[in-house]
Design a protein around this ligand. Structure first.
Ligand SMILES: Cc1cc2nc3c(=O)[nH]c(=O)nc-3n(C[C@H](O)[C@H](O)[C@H](O)COP(=O)(O)OP(=O)(O)OC[C@H]3O[C@@H](n4cnc5c(N)ncnc54)[C@H](O)[C@@H]3O)c2cc1C
Length: 423
């Protein structure tokens, strides 16, 4: 790692944030011939990053927004249930309310259809964009393509989610409906409590997202990127944008072009550049049961209880929850324990020995899609943040698009749905 900062080269891009979005962006910028600085106080792939502890889903067919028609009917029920998937700390409610209202507004059918199309456009190339990076980084073992299973405890589960299934089909996603016998054949590790399921055979999964970020950061450094362990606290402005980053240690770092990919911390920095973006940390939790030998092969989602069970390199990970409490409140690990209790009946065999618990900050926009755009008041800044529940899926595609914007090239996909001016 290099903590020395040299003067900027002509085609140098400085990426703020080395989570999955930042490291993918760094790799694609290097491919375009840019010199790259990656600035982050955290070690890439470490626990501080949301990219460390996610459920590992890398799903080209992910095109269902969080705010779906009728969501408002479920919100009170979820909020009243202490073991439910949604939680707002009371003291934080006034702060989160404007975001929550925008979230509800995003559930209009016409808007849901636009968002769904945008999600699919971004996610459909996830494998194509990850594969070259993963090959270069020598970590092909970190991408499995075994599909994804949504299980229901009632026989009519898929019928209840018909609108979402319709959206997936409309976007060309392969959707298969399974009965209880078919679930048992496909995933014998599951207890026989599930009566129906939706299987998406073309989805994928990463069995260690933290290691993926670390490997991609190493790959970027091998190709010439400089990793600078520092926190950005502001910008030194001149003319139409920043000429230097102000760092926490009091130093300044000269810049040419800047990519802001600081996950849940991005909106705060964007505000300093004059852009006010509705943004919240959607805090999520996981429990990893070390060396759990359930036999689970396919990432499985409890559609009724809204958590994800993922087979990981080091055991079984149960992930889920959305908690609004801001970036600074301490984690409430009881929420992670709730996830584990809910997951216990799911498996024929689950011996619980050592467990680890984790909380991370999803970078959340109210309409479930990221901001990928130039800053409105700083010509040399590109935004790449707000990937919410799908940042692992969107990482490599976003990196490629950002490198194209930086190079002034046509982008792989139409980026108009991800523009800043939608807010
Ligand atoms: C429980 C859970 C399950 C999930 N499951 C999935 C899943 O299955 N599939 C999926 O696609 N997504 C999933 N996600 C979402 C996904 O993890 C995130 O969308 C993604 O990690 C966001 O990546 P990022 O690079 O934007 O942010 P991060 O990984 O959080 O990285 C941001 C980086 O910016 C740095 N930073 C912050 N401020 C500054 C600053 N001032 N100066 C310099 N650096 C700074 C931070 O230190 C950090 O390293 C899940 C999330 C959670 C919580």
């Amino acid at each position: 790692m290099n903590s020395k900062v040299s003067p900027p080269d002509a085609r140098r891009v400085t990426v703020i944030g080395a989570g999955i979005i930042g490291v993918c962006t760094a790799n694609y910028l290097l491919k375009q011939g840019f010199a790259v600085d990656l600035v982050d106080p955290a070690i890439p792939g470490s626990e501080e990053q949301c990219s460390f502890g996610n459920a590992g889903g890398i799903c080209p067919g992910s095109c269902i927004p969080n705010s779906m028609p009728g969501v408002w009917k479920n919100v009170p029920k979820w909020l009243m249930d202490p073991e439910g998937p949604l939680f707002v700390r009371l003291a934080y409610l006034p702060h989160a309310l404007p975001w929550l209202l925008r979230f509800l507004v995003s559930s209009r059918k016409s808007r849901v259809e636009e968002i769904s199309a945008a999600m699919r456009s971004l996610h459909r190339y996830t494998f194509e964009c990850y594969e070259p990076l993963i090959r270069e980084a020598g970590c092909e073992d970190l991408l499995h393509k075994r599909g994804q299973l949504f299980v229901h405890e009632s026989a009519d589960g898929p019928g209840k989610g018909a609108y979402g299934l319709g959206l997936r089909r409309e976007h060309g996603v392969n959707v298969q409906i399974l009965n209880a016998d078919e679930i048992r054949q496909l995933e014998p590790a599951l207890a026989p409590i599930f009566k129906s399921a939706v299987y998406l055979p073309e989805q994928g999964q990463c069995p260690n997202p933290g290691r993926l970020v670390a490997k991609l950061a190493e790959n970027a450094v091998r190709h010439g990127a400089r990793l600078v362990r520092a926190r950005v606290i502001g910008f030194e402005m001149a003319g139409n944008g920043p000429v230097a980053l102000k760092l926490e240690d009091g130093s300044r770092m000269p810049v040419e072009t800047v990519v802001l990919a600081a996950g849940a911390w991005s909106a705060h920095l964007a505000k300093m550049l004059g852009d006010h973006i509705p943004f919240e940390s959607e805090r999520g939790y996981h429990v990893t049961v070390k060396d759990a030998d359930t036999g689970l092969r396919i990432q499985t989602i409890s559609a009724d209880r809204k958590f994800v069970a993922s087979p990981m390199e080091d055991g079984l990970r149960i992930a889920g929850n959305v908690e609004f409490a801001g970036l600074n409140a301490p984690a409430n690990m009881a929420r992670a324990d709730v996830l584990l209790n809910q997951a216990r009946p799911m498996f024929k065999k689950l011996e619980i020995g050592e467990i680890t618990r984790w909380m991370g900050h999803r970078p959340g926009t109210p309409d479930s899609i990221p901001v990928i755009d130039k800053a409105s008041r700083a010509d040399n800044v590109i935004y790449a943040f707000g990937h919410g529940h799908q940042g692992l899926i969107g990482g490599a595609v976003t990196g490629k698009i950002v490198s194209e914007i930086a190079a002034g090239m046509p982008t792989t996909i139409d980026i108009s749905p991800f523009r800043l001016d939608r807010f």
